[in-house]
Design a protein around this ligand. Structure first.
Ligand code: NDP
Ligand code: HSE
Length: 450
């Protein structure tokens, strides 16, 4: 057996992910030592409650509630507590104590990333965070290293497992939102507060991290436009299916080039319609996929488990091995560049396609009025489909002559648009709502993917 140097590893958190990390570290210690070139000694596990039941059978003596003391003297600190505090304080304490940090905490990195990375730079420490975006899928290293010689144009990703699980089950089985969310929580996919998942905060944090790497720009969380999936109902899913789409919560990070060549970026998260033939449409369950378009490389797709304890533990342990190798080989890693410093544009500047679903009066001239308002608003119609949802008195009356319907029935109009500017679109939808012929704006969804 090779006589390796021993590196002391401190684990903060033993929940869905942390308990699996500890379990794999203990089970595969010898193999990991060969890969890392160092023996990885799990020095302790800091938690809130040392007696709580864990997902894995872990030695009781490793547990402590004293994270601060555990960190001192550690070579690698794995932060899997989640949330901002005390995670932020402990991560900064670990860096100041000379440790490298491995974290899956996108909330922390998306809000205090600059502070954490600057602190690490100052002392020559490294912060590894492969698990912070898209769970088990290797996407941080590809963006930071493999694509460092290319120019990323667009990222379109399903980056939240919980919401994909919910939308997929609603689409496939007509499952109820609340029931499926409870199952996603039980399966360990959801955040401690699942609002972070269903309202798109988690996806927005990941989008900020991915866009920062892809565009070599610090992207603050408040530059990310965010909408969640709580407004998505069975009728919207059915209407999407009818039109050949599936609804996915997408993170879209885009490089925009103006006519004068000036570049900016758009980073946004919202439920969008994806053509059922697009590769992202076949991402099921809690899986994630990140579709990257780069100038030289073309289209790349990264796919796999976006959430789950043991799956995420894989990404965390990959980072632990990288950190160990750096400790053994020495040398300070080169931080990723944020020097491009591209401005992020507001959502109103975004250009995409839309599907607008309206309930309208079913009477002559309504379609022409709707078309006129869209045209005035510079929104061009690509497709339109009308379904009668409530027949007019005349039409329902079998004695009425054909073609004489002038009464107050209702119809559903599903309008697909060509590409339009978001601001034009939203102003147009406001005018439609106030037009007197539209009873209700049922939904407005962006269409992404081609
Ligand atoms: P859990 O909520 O399951 O576990 C959190 C752990 O941290 C628990 O063991 C808890 O202790 C401990 N903890 C929390 N607060 C403190 C504190 N103040 N002091 C000491 N210990 C504390 O979280 P997950 O394992 O699901 O997630 C961990 C991180 O990984 C988060 O940042 C999350 O966003 C990220 N992540 C999670 C994924 C997933 O699928 N679950 C996937 C990718 C990333 P105790 O058990 O005693 O309460
Ligand atoms: N709650 C997150 C999700 C965990 O559902 O994707 C993985 O980051």
């Amino acid at each position: 057996m090779t006589d390796y140097r021993t590196l002391r590893v401190a684990l903060l958190g033993a929940g869905a992910v942390g308990s699996q990390v500890a379990d794999l570290l203990l089970k595969h210690g010898a193999e990991l030592a060969d890969r890392a070139g160092a023996t990885l000694e799990l020095a302790g596990i800091a938690v809130r409650d040392v007696d709580a039941k864990r997902d894995a059978d872990l030695p009781r003596e490793l547990f402590t509630t004293d994270a601060e003391t555990l960190i001192v003297g550690s070579d690698i600190v794995i932060e899997l507590m989640g949330g901002i505090e005390p995670a932020r304080t402990q991560v900064l304490h670990a860096i100041a104590s000379g440790a490298d940090v491995v974290t899956a905490n996108k909330a922390l990195l998306a809000t205090h990333g600059s502070e954490v990375f600057e602190a690490a730079d100052q002392v020559g420490a490294e912060v590894y965070y492969e698990a912070a975006a898209a769970g088990a899928i290797p996407i941080i290293r590809p963006l930071r290293d493999s694509l460092a010689g290319d120019r990323v144009v667009r990222i379109m990703g399903i980056v939240n497992g919980t919401t994909n699980y919910i939308l997929d089950r609603m689409d496939n089985e007509g499952a109820d939102f609340a029931d499926v969310l409870a199952q996603a929580q039980a399966l360990g996919y959801a955040e401690a507060d699942p609002t972070a998942d269903v309202e798109g905060y988690d996806a927005a944090q990941k989008a900020a991290i991915l866009a920062s790497l892809a565009f070599h720009t610090t992207v603050p969380l408040d530059a990310v436009h965010r909408e969640g999936i709580t407004s998505v109902d069975a009728a919207m899913i059915e209407s999407a299916r009818h039109a050949g789409y599936v609804i996915k919560l997408l993170a879209v990070c885009e490089r925009l080039t103006a006519e004068d060549g000036a570049e900016s970026i758009s980073v946004r998260v919202y439920p969008a319609l994806v053509d059922r033939a697009h590769p992202l449409a076949s991402v099921h369950g809690a899986n994630n996929a990140v579709f990257v378009q780069a100038e030289a490389a073309g289209d790349l797709m990264f796919y796999g488990a976006g959430a789950g304890g043991v799956q995420t533990a894989s990404a965390v342990l990959g980072d632990v091995v990288s950190a160990a190798r750096r400790h053994i080989a020495g040398g300070v890693g080169v931080g990723e560049s944020t020097r491009a410093n591209l401005p992020a544009v507001p959502i109103g500047h975004v250009i995409t396609r839309y599907q607008i679903t309206l309930e309208v009066d079913d009477k002559p001239g309504v379609l022409a009025t709707v078309a006129g308002i869209l045209s005035e608003g510079r929104v061009s119609i690509a497709t339109v489909e009308q379904t009668v949802i409530e027949a007019s008195a005349d039409a329902a009356d079998s004695s009425a002559s054909a073609g004489s319907a002038t009464g107050a029935g209702s119809a559903r109009l599903v309008i697909g648009t060509h590409k339009a500017r978001e601001q034009d679109l939203s102003e147009t939808v406001e005018r439609l709502a106030a037009s007197g012929v539209v009873e209700r704006v049922v939904s407005v969804l962006r269409v992404e993917g081609n």
